[in-house]
Ligand binder design. Structure first.
Ligand code: DLL
Length: 441
């Protein structure tokens, strides 16, 4: 292959021995930094009877205690910071489901690493300094906006810092500014597609050729929908505030899993129940230890994201490992009549059919102590006008498609296009009505 490799992307192709050596050196450094500067990490290590000197190999990471999201909440706001505030130049926060957000901090060096991994992310998708990038991730405390912004700028691309929302304006800017790449959540891009299709011009009148989509779970079926409807290539980008923000991993042009920037983030897959490490290839919970973070280093952070490490080498030539696309979050799992059901399974079933639109909601209720779900999905307008019997048949087909994947028959309700709320950021796929039965959402 003669494709140009950006100089900053060279670590993607490191010789594996060299990579593991760099990782070990950085791991030892991070563990010492945490031990010396963060009371919680120190006391956890003392409880486990280990000191930084016990980390002699990469496998020794398994000796270290896990860090949970609750640890971040309990030490709110700055309790896990490992650098003095005088060195912290940026704060971000991620809104939790329960009251207080979690707060993360960055030194100048951390911001440098972040923009570098974001540069490598963009470069991996073929974006170059000649591209015009419309950044529709939210700017503010969310890491998506500024994370993507500085990475694209560092690559030399032209950034349009439009942030999320105001879809009409997004589309105008996309056309008038000659935008070639769009960054936003996949659900928001589906909304943009819908608006473009209803408008005066189509994707053939636009220059957009790539989308960098992430921040929420999405399926291969959703990617197919986006690529077919818009004609662009849709890349999956992964990250989380606790580790750095976007730029922990990205797909390459093979679109066969996300490469993790292993020189900065050490990953493990563990059994979500027991916490035991699992071998490559087995599905479990993704756990990260940061290798270069200064202000907010993380030791064995439990992401609750479910995936597996791909064993095979990627055809793109990168040596850094890949993970499969995130299947779901373990906390998103619903137990319906004894069966584990993930929202992504419902999405895959719905999008396997021609007549459904990628707008759906799963309504979770509780009857007699048992959780149950109803699925609401939009179907194409021209089909709604058809005869009742045909609509009933379609409802059955959708119900069967779901049953084929999750093994359960669940009530399906067909709704008109536009009936389900559109997202401008992370989509809300599951509406939990278990504690307010009968009440409106
Ligand atoms: O969502 C960072 C980000 C911004 C990633 C823009 C990609 C693009 P948080 O708000 O802290 O950070 O949410 C992190 O979102 O643990 C996953 O559950 C989920 N998530 C992020 N990217 C993906 C993805 C940002 N590509 C949480 N696929 C993570 C599936 C994702 N889930």
């Amino acid at each position: 292959m003669t494709t140009h490799i950006h100089p900053e992307s060279m670590p993607d192709y490191l010789d594996l021995n060299a990579l593991r050596k760099v990782q070990l050196e950085r791991l030892r450094h991070t563990v010492s930094r945490c031990y010396e500067n963060v009371a919680l990490f120190r006391s956890r290590m003392e409880e486990a009877g280990i000191t930084p000197a016990d980390i002699g190999s990469l496998e020794d990471v398994h000796k270290l205690p896990f860090t949970e999201k609750s640890d971040l909440r309990d030490t709110y706001p700055y309790g896990l910071f490992a650098a003095p505030m005088a060195q912290v130049v940026r704060l971000h926060a991620s809104s939790g489901t329960t009251g207080k957000p979690i707060v993360v901090g960055y030194t100048k060096a951390d911001l440098d690493v972040w923009s570098s991994v974001m540069l490598r992310s963009f470069a991996a998708t073929g974006i170059t300094h000649g591209d015009v990038i419309q950044n529709a991730y939210g700017y503010g405390l969310f890491t998506g906006g500024l994370g993507a912004h500085y990475g694209a700028e560092r690559l030399g691309a032209t950034v349009v810092p439009i942030s999320g929302g105001n879809t009409e304006r997004q589309i105008m800017v996309m056309k008038d500014f000659g935008v070639t790449g769009v960054c936003c959540t996949p659900s928001y891009f589906v909304h943009i597609i819908e608006k473009i299709k209803a408008g005066a011009f189509g994707f053939e009148d636009l220059k957009v050729r790539v989308g960098i989509f992430g921040a929420e779970p999405w399926t291969c079926e959703m990617r197919n929908y986006i690529e077919q409807e818009s004609g662009i290539r849709a890349f999956d980008i992964y990250g989380l505030s606790e580790i750095i923000g976007p730029g922990v991993g990205i797909e390459c042009p093979e679109q066969a899993g996300l490469h993790i920037f292993e020189d900065h983030f050490l990953m493990e897959i563990v059994d979500p129940q027991t916490g035991e490490p699992l071998p490559d290839g087995e599905e479990g919970e993704l756990v990260f230890t940061t290798l270069t973070k200064q202000a907010f280093p993380m030791i064995r952070y439990r992401t609750h994201d479910i995936t597996s490490i791909i064993k095979e080498k990627c055809d793109c030539g990168r040596t850094i490992k890949r993970i499969k696309r995130i299947r779901s979050r373990s906390d998103d799992m619903m137990i319906i009549r004894g069966v584990n059901v993930f929202p992504s399974q419902i999405e895959a079933a719905l999008l396997s059919l021609r007549e459904t639109l990628p707008h759906y909601q799963i309504i979770l209720t509780n009857k007699g102590g048992l959780d149950q779900i109803d699925v609401e999905v939009e179907v194409m307008q021209d089909l709604i006008g058809d005869r009742i019997r045909e609509i009933e048949e379609m409802r059955k087909r959708i119900s069967h498609a779901i049953e084929n994947i999750i093994g359960l028959r669940v009530p399906v309700h067909l709704v008109e296009p536009g009936a389900i709320a559109r997202s401008e950021g992370k989509a809300k796929r599951v509406v939990d009505r278990r504690n307010k039965q009968g009440g409106a959402q």
